[in-house]
Write a protein that binds this ligand. Structure first.
Ligand code: PLP
Length: 410
């Protein structure tokens, strides 16, 4: 069922005229922008933001634009009319969304499973790979805590060995970032787990260099792309990884609880699904990872509206904007005394973390919220102490000026 047929079915079920709903799931048309800032003002106007808060923590989860909220709302209404029919039979059409998600990530649709978040995607692979006692896995201390916990659980349960490498953060030198992984390789290495864009500091890791070496040795590579999809250029095929996990509720602005699992076609058969698929499902079918039981189909289907919004901006423009916002506030903040950056200059996207001498991260984050109504993330990890600033497409330079003003007043 294509989008038009689907909307016709919704019109039939809800009794609304087709013309009235045919524009749903599309952001409102923006007036021809006179300047680049007009365009971004339009983008901002699509988000129903809190009137007196400045949200600079879009790293954990992002708000979604009005078109996504509307899609969610009307899909929820239609789903509730007779869920077994309107939700399961009419709405549950994953294929068009799979195709569009694949196109954004440089993958084949047959390599994309729609899941709930990066945790589900990555842990499907971490627990689904066949490994035996003595097999080695390389991961980094800077990987996301849930993935570290998953590997540690696997270590205890199956007596595999995980070697934890420490990356020289921050760094703009690809060779130095790759070296710890290569140094940890042994003939027993079976898997390398890599984080593409590190959540603590915004560091981008040149994972391709590690993957190329892993491929020569037939080592399985998993990429945590939670923060890179729809944020910086990302192409799973040219990256070469065997599997990857993404949260769509971060930089794509899709509904909360949406993610994707990428698995290279020839590797699908090597991974057990976390929730067993029915016997008729072929072992090399990516859909075997989607047998979760009942879940919210409106939530999944509203991903289409987020894709629409993302494409209306365009990845290149979005990446440039996010980097420009970061460079704007960071370069000015670094002129203030007692502030240092924990983020590299070149190998970064829109996220950056700064350390402010004399302030513990949590105390500073609390101060910014209570005194200035600015939300940031407190980062305390491996001796790094700072606040992480993660603007999004709706962030204005005026908001960043307020951040700078508040840092100045410290
Ligand atoms: C690097 C990284 N990986 C994985 C995750 C987990 O994402 P989710 O909570 O959507 O599963 C996050 C969340 O912030 C993250 O930053």
């Amino acid at each position: 069922m294509d989008r038009r047929q689907f909307l016709q079915a919704v019109a039939l079920l809800t009794g609304l005229p087709f013309e009235a709903i045919s524009h749903w799931e599309h952001p409102s048309p923006f007036p021809p922008p006179e300047t680049e800032e007009d365009f971004w003002r339009w983008v901002r106007s699509e988000f129903p933001l809190h009137p007196s808060l400045i949200n600079l923590n879009n790293g954990g989860v992002s708000p979604h634009p009005r078109s996504v909220i509307e899609a969610l709302f009307r899909l929820e209404l239609a789903a509730n009319e007779a869920p077994v029919y309107t939700m399961w039979r009419l709405q549950d059409q994953k294929e068009p969304i799979r195709r569009r998600l694949a196109a954004i990530g440089g993958a084949d649709p047959e390599e994309i499973a729609i899941v709930r978040n990066s945790t589900e995607a990555l842990e499907t692979v971490i627990f689904g790979l066949s490994l035996k006692a003595g097999d080695e896995v390389i991961a980094a201390e800077s990987d996301y805590p849930s993935m570290i916990a998953a590997w540690k659980q696997r270590e205890q349960r199956d007596r595999i060995k995980v070697k934890w490498v420490r990356l020289p953060l921050p760094s703009d030198e690809p060779e130095r970032l790759i070296a710890p992984y290569l140094e940890a390789l042994t003939p027993r290495t079976r898997v390398i787990h890599l984080t593409h864009l590190i959540n603590w500091t915004g560091q981008i890791v040149p994972v391709e260099g590690v993957i190329a070496e892993a491929q020569k040795r037939e080592i399985f590579t998993i990429v945590d792309a939670a923060h890179s999809y729809a944020h910086i250029p990302l192409d799973f095929h040219s990256m070469g990884c065997d599997a990857a996990g993404v949260s769509l509720h971060k930089w794509l602005c899709a509904p909360f609880g949406t993610g994707l699992l990428y698995v290279k076609r020839e590797r699908i058969k090597d991974i057990w699904p976390l929730f067993a698929a029915p016997p008729e499902r072929k072992v090399d079918d990516i859909r075997k990872f989607e047998h979760l039981g009942t879940r919210s189909i409106p939530t999944e289907q509203a991903i289409a509206a987020a894709i629409e919004f993302h494409e209306q901006i365009g990845l290149t423009r979005k990446t440039q904007r996010l980097k420009a916002l970061r460079e704007y506030w960071l370069s000015r903040a670094l002129h203030l005394p007692k502030i240092r950056s924990l983020t590299p200059t070149k190998w970064a996207g829109g996220i950056a973390t700064i350390q402010v001498e004399g302030w513990s991260p949590q105390r500073l984050a609390d101060h910014l919220l209570e005194k200035h109504r600015i939300i940031v993330a407190a980062i305390e990890w491996m001796g790094l102490q700072g606040i992480r600033i993660a603007p999004h497409v709706y962030t204005t330079y005026a908001e960043l000026d307020e951040l700078l003003e508040s840092l100045h007043s410290l």
